[in-house]
Design a protein around this ligand. Structure first.
Ligand SMILES: [Mg+2]
Length: 480
């Protein structure tokens, strides 16, 4: 690194020579001294030094010079190099000129000609210290901002690689790390070695493959910094630049803090990834359980349907005659009692009809019981088709049927009975190649208003039926 420069400006060569001699004597070990005989020359020299680049912590200038006075020069210098401090050495400056230089160009000190060497030494020494302090504060501030930026990256939604690349770029933008390059190594998938994940900095690239590194091994390499979390190594930060050494206390502190921040970013990302993985697994578990529950509910619904169907069958067989599907005797009597109560309450006419197939035993004997069953089923269908919707039909047993007709007079019941009688007489049933003809005898009674049970009406209808049987069958007999 080139030494920083103290720039002296005076139109008198003797003054410049004396200044250079004294300054080199006291500060030559750490600074160069450059001379300019005019303000214009000084400004040109500043541009050249800036291009090197070379720091100019201090300019010492005369006040009265041809072309441009010292205070004007200092204003220009302030614009070109704001950090540079200034000292004016003159015997001719007025208090106003000095005040102007202080106000406009931040003049650090004023020394009167002829000066005392010791006074010059103390003034320059103080100025250089002040400059160093200001530079230190500025660098600390830059480093603090860089670290704050790196820490904030942890909250960005970027991928880990993007976060680490941005962190390195931020770090290498610090003037103290100008020209350096950096890389971050993270453990491979099985955790046996560290692999380079991201890099930033100078054009030249790190080797593509790198021998296994242990974070502990970086103790021997001053340019490597372990990234560790709770005492466990989780990565490595490496910096490279010819002639670069982070051993300087400030940089060491900065890079260690940076390594801690990078470890925090990595750990936070891994924590988020683990959390996301757990969330995914949890969602899958919930989905599986929801599906299992859904299947269990569907199975339950199927079982319920089967149970409902079984109950319906049970109800059917409990109330129906399983051969003809008409009401069986027990259920018919139950319905008849309910109907009778309603008829008495509202004084509605109700009739009762008993039907018995003629010579049914002969059908069984001649054509078999299967034929008999077939006949009973067909007769049941005829009764259904000839009766009304509110009529209650039942098979009381064997070849005996009954019909209770609500809202029906004897006359209406008789018409229905005659239709049934005629229909059965006209019907030819076919079974197993045989033609079967048959007739029916019917007895009808009317339910009386003062009757509390169906038994009396049923008994009267039964007697009427016997009369039909006794007087030639195939006919309808009515009783009151
Ligand atoms: Mg002069």
């Amino acid at each position: 690194m080139t030494k920083p420069v103290i720039l002296c400006v005076d139109d008198e060569k003797l003054v410049l020579t004396a200044l250079k001699s004294q300054l080199l004597h006291h500060f030559g070990h750490s600074h160069r001294v450059e001379l300019a005989q005019s303000a214009e020359e000084a400004l040109e020299l500043l541009d050249e030094l800036a291009a090197e680049p070379c720091e100019v912590p201090l300019i010492i200038t005369d006040y009265v010079m041809p072309g441009m006075y010292g205070d004007e020069l200092l204003v220009r210098v302030q614009t070109k190099s704001p950090q540079t401090l200034s000292v004016m050495v003159t015997g001719q400056a007025t208090a106003d000129a000095v005040g102007e230089a202080v106000n406009r160009a931040g003049l650090f000190r004023y020394i009167a000609k002829p000066w005392q060497e010791n006074d010059l030494r103390l003034t320059v020494s103080t100025a250089l210290d002040s400059y160093q302090q200001a530079r230190l504060i500025q660098r600390r501030d830059q480093q603090r901002q860089a670290l704050a930026t790196i820490i904030a990256l942890a909250l960005e939604p970027d991928s880990l690689e993007q976060q680490l690349t941005k962190a390195l770029t931020t770090l290498l933008a610090l003037p103290d790390l100008a020209g350096a390059r950096a890389a971050i190594y993270l453990p491979d998938s099985d955790g046996t070695q560290l692999l380079r994940q991201v890099q930033a900095g100078a054009e030249a690239r790190f080797p593509l493959h790198r021998a296994p590194l242990s974070a502990a091994g970086c103790e021997q390499d001053p340019c490597c910094f372990a990234l560790s979390y709770q005492g466990q190594a989780i990565g490595l930060l490496e910096l490279q630049q010819p002639g670069f050494s982070p051993c300087q206390w400030e940089l060491q502190e900065l890079l260690t803090a940076c390594a801690d921040s990078l470890a925090g970013i990595i750990q936070l990302k891994q924590y988020h990834q683990a959390l996301e993985r757990q969330n995914r697994e949890l969602e899958q578990t919930v989905q599986r359980r929801t599906q299992a529950l859904q299947e269990a509910l569907e199975q339950q619904a199927r079982l319920n349907d089967i149970l409902l169907e079984a109950n319906q069958k049970l109800d059917f067989y409990a109330s129906k005659d399983d051969l003809t599907a008409l009401h069986n005797r027990r259920f018919f009597m139950q319905l008849a009692r309910s109907e009778l109560e309603r008829a008495r309450r509202y004084h509605h006419p109700t009739t009762f009809m008993m039907l018995d197939l003629d010579f049914f035993k002969e059908i069984n004997d001649e054509f078999g019981h299967m034929a008999g069953d077939h006949v009973l089923q067909q007769v049941a269908r005829i009764l259904e088709s000839e009766s009304r919707e509110p009529d209650i039909l039942g098979r009381l047993g064997g070849e005996e049927f009954a019909i209770l007709s609500p809202e029906s007079t004897l006359e209406q019941a008789t018409q229905m009975a005659e239709r049934i009688c005629e229909r059965i007489r006209q019907t030819t049933l076919e079974f197993d190649g045989h033609e079967i003809r048959l007739t029916v005898s019917i007895g009808i009674s009317e339910v009386q208003a003062d009757e509390e049970t169906i038994d009396a009406a049923m008994s009267r209808a039964d007697q009427a039926l016997y009369r039909s049987k006794g007087t030639g069958r195939n006919q309808v007999t009515i009783t009151a």
